[in-house]
Design a protein. Sequence first.
Length: 298
Amino acid sequence: MAFIDYYKTLGVDKNASKNDIKKAYRKLARKHHPDLNPNDKEAELQFKKINEANEVLSNEENRKKYDKYGENWQHGEAHEQAQREHRESQQNYQRTSGSQDFGNGEYSDFFESMFGGGGSYGNNRSSARFRGQDFNATLQLNLKDVYTTEKRVLTVNGKNIRLTIPAGVTNGQIIKIKGKGGEGVNGGPNGDLLIEFNITNNTDFKRDGANLYKTINLDLYKAVLGGEVTIDTFDGKVKLNVKELTQNDTRVKLKGKGFPKYKKDGEFGDLYITYTIKLPKKLSDKQKELFEELAKLQ
């Protein structure tokens, strides 16, 4: 297998920080995502390479192994274990038979047998089972996409995976799909698929957990005299009664009109509305006269 430089794949330096790697991956993943490049085989191939590189470099332990062992990073620990066992075997053999060190040829045969070549000792080690590597993927969604539970089909390393996205997932949240990662070696268990949600909020609402916040303008006359206003919630319009002499930055709570609570069917947070009093930009002569009368009354 030809060596793949994962740093080069993501376009980052070997000393890149975890945040640098994350930013580079997200940028390239958006550019080459199959949903944005339908029927583009080259983009699909690049997307697979980018995911593979991110799966290794975004995991601190995997990155250390990759830096140390290169393309054989998944079996690096087994390689070290084989080295230790070889040294112990060599020392025991020398103690019992007085023989000299193995030659270079014998040493190479030992590791060749470990990784699938000949040799009776190596065949015992080559049957060791290893867990498959975990896959990491980022799913780009809008806030409205996670207001209700949705089903999606993701393409990860050429495989279609059906996914149910529960309502209420949060930006940066990671969910694990067991057994949907890389295949195990020699019958070992598969790795897992870790999906991180990148949620874009292109609404007028600010989200904090399951609660939503929104600011609306209230004209001076409505604030002073009171009345009724119609506002947009996340799932429709509602009418609110405005009290007389409502002050600027007054906040009212609409219970249960917030965002769904994650994995709690039928439970919602609250919606908080803050009023911003807007003064008129221009007054007619009559309006100015009336305000002057009011000022005299004060």
